[in-house]
Design a protein around this ligand. Structure first.
Ligand SMILES: O=P(O)(O)OC[C@H]1O[C@H](O)[C@H](O)[C@@H](O)[C@@H]1O
Length: 526
């Protein structure tokens, strides 16, 4: 299945990407547009035969059948025996979605309507601040989206607490008024130790201030009974089915802080954007299919060409948390070591994903991207226009920097160009040579750019859904289950054991390193 890709990848190592632009239609041939967005992947070493080999790979892995199975509610999350239906949360079409013979849409629609009523009430006051307590999938999505859509906020301020480190909740609650704060406890399982610890601390904070926490606590959870046991009124508990994975859950009740911040109508626009991407993913031809192409390019760079990481570089300060969000989405989904069957993988699974917004990253790690020894495929995202018309000159500079970076990665600077620079600066002889060597940029470094009109709720929905489906495409072709996360379990179990060591309730372990660290922490008064 991979042999053809391996062959074209071998040939691609000698390709000069700039040379590929001697074809004047390259930018058009290696890009695709959809609903206000242009995805340009022409600044990669992909050629027509290489792309064809990747498309064949997708065909052989039967991505289309797996995609149909996902949307149809088959239990494609095989290690947890569950369907994968986050897409149902944004299904506004009126079409049913069946799970084991019954339509789940009525429940989803009813919950969304309840959320909207709740959000409207909260938005009318006297609540001034909302604190979302959750971690992982119950945190990163709403935090990222709330920040991304700041220009659309017309509700109370939203804050997020995730870390079990008391510093997080202490810093967040400092300055908030318990009488006008709503706490949302967001946990799919309602057992996560960080979230339950923070929720109890928030409850005590309110009680200490003489405020009854009862009416000012809401819960978002699949475990409604546990939320009720915890004392949260059933009318303020919003549930979702276990067919929605944590890192795919921003579209439903986990998105409540976003709905409160921007209002139910705009939240619906956010869903509409994702729904449009779902349609596109299912119906667009392979050469126009943005998630399919993004997934194939991911595989091309990591499994094909062996680049170990990829950088996500949003030229958008409001997307500052997108890299963190994508780290969970991509690495928790595709950071696996066995295939669906349980057999060890014969090729690498998902790459390390990292990034920061531009232009900040330029003044930090872009040095390595341009001149380091590792090639880092870069995924740029940028809106053509911002939300501050009076600051349009800032935005133009932002766009210019984004496009300049992909151009610089592509063209680089040759030794001759560097020598000319040094000559102009007055250097001669061996010193000129030495100085010039430091100023060479190898270039020929691949990047893709997603450019869109502006970051509206709809666009954000499209972008997130695009990345979700990209992860799906990569996972199917790698033959792994992108929807479980067994790798996070062991550390949780051991944390309980180590906690008992820290309190002195059990003897230190035979692992000498941990024993020494525990002893140090105890001696310092942990
Ligand atoms: O929503 P919760 O049940 O509290 O889970 C929160 C998070 O913790 C787990 O450890 C998983 O790694 C994440 O996928 C999940 O989103």
């Amino acid at each position: 299945m991979w042999s053809e890709v391996e062959e074209v990848a071998k040939a691609a190592r000698d390709i000069d990407i700039t040379g590929l632009f001697s074809d004047p239609t390259r930018a058009e041939t290696f890009s695709t547009r959809f609903d206000g967005m242009l995805f340009d992947y022409s600044k990669t070493a992909l050629t027509v035969p290489a792309r064809a080999a990747l498309l064949t790979l997708a065909q052989t892995a039967d991505v289309a059948a797996r995609r149909a199975a996902m949307f149809a509610g088959e239990a494609i999350n095989e290690t947890e025996a569950r369907p994968v239906l986050h897409t149902a949360l944004r299904n506004l079409s009126g079409q049913p979605v069946m799970v084991e013979g019954s339509d789940i849409m009525a429940e989803i629609t009813e919950t969304r309507a309840r959320m909207a009523r709740f959000a409207d009430t909260v938005r009318q006051g006297p609540i001034t601040d909302v604190v979302n307590i959750g971690i992982g999938g119950s945190h990163l999505g709403p935090e990222m989206a709330v920040r991304a859509l700041r220009p659309y906020h017309d509700g109370p301020r939203c804050h997020f607490v995730s870390n079990v480190d008391g510093a997080d909740i202490a810093d967040t609650l400092a300055g908030l008024n318990p009488a006008t704060t709503l706490v949302i406890v967001a946990s799919k399982t309602f057992t996560t130790i960080e979230t339950m610890t923070n929720a109890a601390t928030a409850q005590a904070w309110m009680t200490r201030a003489g405020v009854n926490p009862g009416p000012q606590f809401a819960a978002v959870s699949s475990a409604a009974a546990r939320a009720a046991d915890w004392g949260i009124d059933a009318s303020a508990v919003f549930g979702f089915g276990d067919y929605v994975g944590g890192r795919y859950s921003v579209w439903g009740p986990i998105g409540l802080p976003l709905m409160i911040a921007i209002g139910p109508d705009r939240f619906k626009d956010f869903l509409r954007g994702a729904e449009a991407m779902d349609q596109h993913f299912q119906t667009a031809t392979p050469l126009e299919n943005m998630p399919l192409l993004l997934g194939l390019i991911g595989l091309w760079h990591h499994q094909g060409l062996g680049h170990g990481t990829r950088a996500v570089l949003p030229y958008d300060q409001r997307l500052a948390r997108l890299p963190a969000y994508l780290q969970q989405l991509e690495m928790e989904s595709n950071g696996k070591r066995v295939s669906m069957s349980g057999a060890a993988l014969s090729r690498p699974s998902g790459p390390v994903v990292w990034g920061e917004p531009g232009t900040n990253g330029q003044h930090a790690f872009y040095q390595l991207i341009h001149q380091g020894t590792a090639v880092v495929p870069c995924e740029f995202l940028v809106a053509a226009t911002g939300h501050e018309p009076e600051l349009a000159h800032h935005h133009r500079l932002l766009v210019a920097n984004c496009l300049a970076q992909s151009k610089a990665l592509l063209r680089g600077r040759s030794l001759d160009e560097a020598r000319a620079l040094m000559r102009d600066a007055g250097y001669t002889g061996p010193e000129l040579e030495r100085q010039a060597a430091h100023r060479v940029f190898p270039g020929n470094r691949p990047s893709t750019t997603l450019i869109y009109d502006r970051l509206t709720p709809r666009r954000l929905g499209q972008i997130i859904a695009l990345y979700e489906h990209r992860v799906f495409v990569e996972g199917v072709i790698l033959g792994i289950n992108s929807f479980d996360q067994w790798g996070v379990e062991l550390g949780k179990v051991l944390a309980v054991d180590v906690d008992a060591m820290l309190t002195g309730d059990t003897n230190p372990t035979r692992d000498g390193s941990t024993a020494a660290l525990v002893a140090f922490a105890r001696a310092a008064g942990v």
